[in-house]
Design a binder for this molecule. Structure first.
Ligand code: GLC
Length: 616
């Protein structure tokens, strides 16, 4: 199986959020299971500076987009069994920050168009192109666009992963031609139109063969207005090709037994190091050194959807409990002000660092006792998994990936791996915080077993990679042969428990022991059809004309993931109208039932300039 993974960020090259962690770990995990994987991302300034020496120049070509004809260089690097490609265009990417610039739409249109243009230059012709979020949402659209597509693109299936539906890539529909080189028909027939805006993510969702959210619960939530940022109708319409695949974490990078970033290592069998880490954390952030007072921690962007309003409402009630609180993160001014002020009210008991600091975050994961994430919505969330790995028991609201990774503690039968509450209510949150704090204080052995269960969870990428391979197999109609090694590992780790389908890790009373040595496994030879050869499911009703949404008033620009304020000026300059290319191949479109754009007029259109309404 040949997979081209398209992303706008990936660890260790460039990162603004969780997407980078996923894009850094999933491709190697797919490769480990035998897939051929290449990743493609922009060659940002920071990548050039830090990895320039390791990059190999492959070739260059030119990318035509609307009236523009731009250079695109191709560099590569081999790492973890994956080829990492970087697309070079200094005008677009040799800048200090990844996003938050006035011309983001043009930059990522170039990137997406260049991915398609450079298909000939990659080491293989992909069977699946896997895109992520709005920045690469144009790829599945270009692959089907009359002006771009070629017959041979029809062999390529597409997957779109939604990491956070809040960021959709919304623009004034008048710039469709000018900025994206697309015919106005894409908006007129509704495929790329939502609330009067041209919407890149909506177009991608409709065009892709499979769509997934980063947790099963988030995939369901996306069908509800509360979570979907106006996309609920589209998500419901596409529910036959929508699934949820829980992210993993890098279990080697985050391993308390070997992690060199923490003061003292520890493990399930020997938890002494955790006490040392706790004392160290208390010293570092100015909390009283009290070994028997639980430390509740937050490492979070200080923004509204992280549920901070709940904490603001009941902070003083929380601080009446015998606990300490440490908060690390930056974000909205109002939260920074509140937490800064609150910390002064509780010297020695509450500490706040407005910062993002990797060392301190690791000290917190390792040294704290409880990890608070009361998010209003959380597509997956990685911090709760990292916290659990380090024996810091999560307290979460039951939403998205938090619900899928944290099972509430039931002390009476030693089950669960954390604490949770369902309603977005400060009273409910306070109730479980109280429960957690007193379990820690009054029943240390019960809390100790809970902590052990949290630490024993398997959040490895291998599980998620298998689910993605199953999706790829479904849309390509292939039977995915499981590696004999993987199969053996599967049999050992999943043995009596979790059926292959199970999304979330099993958290019933974890065996304290280390995974038993390999059991007799399947004869190394036969490739065993891992997944039921997906009945060549209908390749997703690609592009059903979306119901023409009523042109509602302009949408608020979604807040940029990256805090960086928009400083660059340069709204797209006024440019001459351009002729849209004619549909390339009539024969191809006949066979392709997905092509709903046959009716699209390929007349020339005016790419009215500028006025990009919303830059993500
Ligand atoms: C986004 C989501 C986060 C998720 C991450 C990786 O940042 O907000 O919940 O863990 O993407 O998929």
């Amino acid at each position: 199986m040949k997979i081209l993974y398209v992303t706008s960020e990936a660890v260790p090259f460039c990162k603004t959020g969780g997407l980078a962690d996923v894009a850094g770990s999933l491709p190697p995990a797919l490769a480990e299971q035998g897939a051929e994987v290449a990743v493609v991302l922009p060659l940002y300034q920071r990548v050039r500076e830090r990895f320039g020496n390791e990059l190999k120049f492959e070739c260059y070509d030119y990318v035509d987009l609307a009236w523009r004809h731009n250079y695109c260089g191709l560099f590569s690097l081999e790492k973890d069994g994956v080829t990492w490609y970087f697309l070079d265009n200094e005008q677009y990417f040799n800048r200090g920050s990844l996003y938050g610039q006035a011309d983001d739409g043009e930059r990522f249109a170039f990137f997406s168009r260049a991915v398609v243009r450079m298909l000939d230059h990659f080491k293989f012709w992909p069977e699946v192109v896997h895109c992520n979020d709005w920045q690469s949402a144009l790829v599945p659209i270009y692959l089907k666009d009359d002006g771009v597509r070629e017959d041979r693109y029809r062999s390529i299936k597409t997957v779109v992963t939604i990491h956070n539906i809040e960021y959709q890539g919304r623009y004034n529909p008048y710039v469709l031609g000018e900025l994206f080189g697309l015919d106005a028909g894409w908006a007129k027939d509704g495929t790329m139109l939502l609330d009067g805006d041209a919407n890149l993510l909506k177009g991608a969702i409709l065009c892709a063969d499979a769509v997934n959210a980063v947790s099963p619960t988030y995939a369901n939530e996306l069908k509800m207005p509360y979570f979907a940022h106006r996309m609920e109708g589209i998500m419901r319409q596409c529910s036959n090709k929508l699934s949820g695949v829980l992210n993993g974490i890098d279990m080697k990078l985050y391993d308390p037994r070997t992690d060199g970033r923490i003061l003292k290592n520890f493990s399930l069998e020997d938890m002494e190091g955790k006490d040392a880490c706790k004392a160290e954390l208390q010293r570092m952030v100015g909390l009283r050194e009290e070994p028997h007072t639980p430390i509740v921690a937050m490492v979070s962007r200080l923004v509204s959807h992280k549920g901070l309003d709940l904490i603001c409402e009941v902070l003083h009630d929380m601080m009446e409990l015998p606990m300490q609180l440490v908060v690390l993160g930056t974000g909205d001014q109002r939260y920074e002000d509140f937490f800064g002020w609150a910390a002064q009210q509780y010297p020695g008991r509450m500490s706040v660092r407005m910062d993002y600091n990797e060392d301190l975050s690791m000290a917190i994961y390792a040294g704290a006792d409880l990890f608070l994430m009361p998010s209003k919505s959380e597509p997956c969330g990685l911090s709760q998994m990292i916290a659990m790995r380090y024996g810091t028991v999560p307290i979460v609201r039951e939403t998205g990936g938090l619900k899928d990774t944290v099972q509430p503690c039931e002390s009476w039968r030693d089950a669960g791996n954390g604490f949770s509450f369902a309603n977005y209510s400060s009273g409910d949150m306070l109730h479980v915080i109280r429960e957690a704090v007193y379990l820690y204080k009054d029943y240390p052995d019960v809390f100790g077993r809970l902590r052990q269960r949290a630490m024993s969870c398997d959040f490895s990428w291998a599980r998620s990679a298998r689910e993605y391979l199953r999706i790829y197999a479904t849309i390509t109609g292939q039977t995915w042969p499981i590696h004999s090694d993987t199969r053996r590992a599967l049999e050992v780790s999943e043995g009596e428990a979790a059926p292959a389908e199970e999304p979330a890790p099993v958290v019933e009373a974890a065996p304290a022991e280390e995974p038993a040595p390999a059991v007799e496994a399947a004869p190394a030879e036969e490739p065993a059809p891992a997944v039921e050869a997906a009945p060549a499911e209908e390749p997703a009703p690609a592009v059903e004309a979306a119901p023409a949404e009523e042109p509602a008033p302009a949408v608020e620009a979604a807040p940029a993931e990256e805090p960086a304020p928009v400083e660059e000026p340069a709204p797209a300059p006024e440019k001459p109208a351009k002729k849209t290319r004619k549909a390339a191949s009539k024969t191809a479109s006949k066979a392709d039932k997905a092509e709903k754009k046959t009716e699209k007029k390929s007349t020339s259109k005016k790419g009215t300039a500028g006025k990009k309404k919303s830059a993500e």
